[in-house]
Design a protein around this ligand. Structure first.
Ligand SMILES: [Zn+2]
Length: 420
């Protein structure tokens, strides 16, 4: 048995909304054994002094796409990079996120044709061949032609090429039977959950956030098949009408919901336990009228975001004021590198979210979304030793989660990095 004694200046344990001063954590191998003011560390335990920092559980990001390298080149990489590159970028980004204090990531698919690279990456990390955040994976985008999932729209000027790729990509469907087969295939090859694309979106060239991209039959087939196979299913969706339809059909989760300004529907989601991962940060350029940020985006994305500006602001307010226990997710494919997960905290605080609600989102709410109920997301006896420490004050500094001072995953210490 190897023992590590961690001395914390301050501790947020992921279980209660409080910061405790001068706490100790005893780690035995890869699990937390004891937490308290004074723990009973055996002689010879390694001592790690984090007395200058605030310690938290290793954090969880519930909405990442890891298959790209540099976000400003996302479209180029989507079109010109091959599946092996995208699969290996998943590994690289999983490591970069972990070093910044996010030790678990929920991968909600990849841009195009990396296929099952995220599942392979998860296996390689779990078996110790590579360092990285633990991954919970939806292998593919699941959606129809010209939906937000259909990234072959990026090269729609060359229909032969776009169609050739479309036919090889495992997540594209047409019709209810095709949907059922697609979900069974993903389950067969190891998907942990299913990611559905019910609407268009902002960052793609052709579709829009109000577009309804599935027939009712396709939507129902997706939800029923996922549930038959005991998989959760979560849906990229924006407008209240379409979200309500899916909630009534039994969807488990909604991603983004950035136009969800219907307070009755938010209440209905709370009552039915429908999970929401709102991914606030990528819309900040519009919500806070930051022209420099907006101008970095592709032209048609700027047009779409400007068109929906007021609706986005109204919906964010409704979500924050609703009291829904939303998850913490970044969705950084178009505004930051996908491993810079701490930016969502800054946005949440700026949007009026209480710091403890934001911290709960990145710990105990997300661990339930990921269906890892007892192992991660808390500094408490029996939990895996996923632990991070931060230089700045979490309760007063919105940039606190950009400045990681220490990270341990599964009992192993890594060299922490800050977001530049
Ligand atoms: Zn996304």
């Amino acid at each position: 048995m190897a023992y590590t004694l961690i001395k914390c200046g301050r501790l947020y344990d992921g279980l209660v909304d409080a910061i405790q001063e001068q706490m100790e954590i005893l780690v035995e191998d890869n699990r937390i054994k004891e937490v308290g003011k004074k723990v009973s560390a055996p002689a010879g335990a390694e001592v790690i002094d984090l007395s200058k920092f605030t310690v938290t559980p290793g954090l969880i990001d519930a909405h990442v796409h890891l298959g790209i390298g540099r976000w400003p080149e996302r479209r180029r990489e989507t079109v010109y990079e091959n599946p092996a590159y995208k699969g290996m970028m998943v590994l690289a980004n999983a490591r970069e996120a972990m070093l910044r204090g996010f030790t678990t990531l929920r991968v909600v698919g990849n841009n195009c044709d990396e296929g099952y690279g995220s599942i392979v990456s998860k296996r390689l990390i779990n078996s110790g061949y590579f360092e990285g955040a633990r991954l919970v994976v939806a292998s593919c985008y699941t959606g129809t032609t010209r939906s937000h999932a259909d990234t072959t729209a990026l090269f729609a000027t060359y229909p032969d090429v776009a169609t050739w790729v479309w036919e090889r990509y495992p997540g594209f469907i047409s019709g209810a039977e095709s949907m059922r087969e697609c979900i069974r295939q993903q389950a067969k090859f190891g998907a942990d959950f299913i990611k559905l694309y019910a609407t268009g979106g902002f960052s793609t060239p052709a579709d829009g956030p109000e577009d309804e991209c599935l027939t009712d039959e396709e939507m129902k087939a997706a939800i029923d098949t996922a549930h038959q196979l005991n998989l959760k299913i979560t849906s990229h969706s924006y407008t209240p009408d379409l979200i309500r339809k899916q909630v009534e059909m039994g969807i488990d989760g909604i991603e983004h919901g950035a136009l969800l300004d219907d307070r009755d529907l938010l209440q209905m989601m709370i009552e039915r336990g429908v999970e929401l991962v709102p991914t606030f940060c990528p819309y900040d350029g519009i919500v806070y009228q930051d022209d420099a940020t907006i101008k970095q985006w592709p032209y048609e994305m700027q047009i779409k975001l400007r068109k929906y500006g007021e609706w986005l602001i109204r919906a964010r307010k409704a979500i924050v004021e609703s009291g829904i226990a939303f998850g913490y997710g970044t969705d950084f494919v178009a505004s930051h590198h996908c491993y810079e997960c701490g930016y969502e905290y800054e946005t949440m605080i700026k949007s009026g979210v209480d710091p403890f609600r934001a911290l709960a989102a990145a710990t105990r709410v997300n661990k339930n979304i990921l269906e890892m109920p007892e192992d991660i997301g808390a500094v408490a006896p029996g939990y895996l030793a996923d632990i991070a420490a931060w230089r700045r004050d979490l309760l007063t500094d919105p940039k606190a989660l950009l400045d990681c001072a220490f990270v341990m995953k599964d009992g192993v210490v890594y060299q922490a990095k800050t977001v530049e």
